[in-house]
Design a protein around this ligand. Structure first.
Ligand code: MN3
Length: 199
């Protein structure tokens, strides 16, 4: 059984960028619903329940036909949001630590070039989706709850949820203001740790 992870901070901890109302709704309603519907889909398949979610998502063709779409949407939703909470921190923002900085400078020339490109890509997502930084330094976007894992791109270093549910209460239709504020709460320490672990 999959379960909703506890947030590593209080609901109001990111309020300079994301309000407690959004955090609560996003975590308790949206993320909880992905977890519930994933468990519901997997219930008849105990071997898939026992398999790490990363492995299930990386091999969707191995998931039975009747639950593949549900696993893609709700499994992706659970995986993406579990990462997303850790990629935020009350004392976040600023600049990446040394190794991540070196990666971004190597791929994009400078940190600012990376920020501009990531912002542009995040704004370009039509409808609901995510923008990701991969360990190669590449930036990609995905639709709905698709994960880079499903595209054979490996686990992402950093991801931004640009579904309207992630910002509408605070920023209405202004996704660019949300993205601007999001940079102030990015948990670069965690991103750096992931880069080390994913090596
Ligand atoms: Mn979301």
């Amino acid at each position: 059984m999959h379960s909703l992870p506890t947030l590593p901070y209080d609901y109001d901890a990111l309020s300079r960028s994301i309000s407690a109302d959004i955090m609560k709704l996003h975590h308790q309603k949206h993320h909880q619903s992905y977890v519930d519907k994933l468990n519901q889909a997997l219930e008849p398949y105990p071997d898939l329940v026992a398999k790490p979610l990363e492995d299930v998502l990386a091999d969707l063709s191995g998931v039975p036909d009747d639950i593949r779409i549900a696993v893609r949407n709700h499994g992706g939703g659970h995986y993406n949001h579990s990462l997303f909470w850790n990629m935020l921190a009350p004392n976040g923002g600023g600049q990446p630590r040394a190794d991540v900085m070196a990666l971004l400078e190597r791929r994009w020339g400078s940190y600012q070039e990376f920020v501009d490109k990531f912002t542009t890509e995040s704004l370009s997502v039509f409808g609901s989706g995510w923008c990701w930084l991969l360990k190669s330094g590449e930036i990609i976007t995905t639709q709905n709850q698709d994960s880079p894992l499903m595209l054979d791109k490996g686990e992402p270093l950093l991801g931004l949820d640009v579904w309207e549910h992630a910002y509408y209460l605070d920023y209405m239709n202004d996704r660019s203001e949300y993205i601007r504020a999001w940079w102030d709460v990015v948990n670069w320490e965690y991103v750096d740790q992931r880069l080390g672990e994913l090596g």
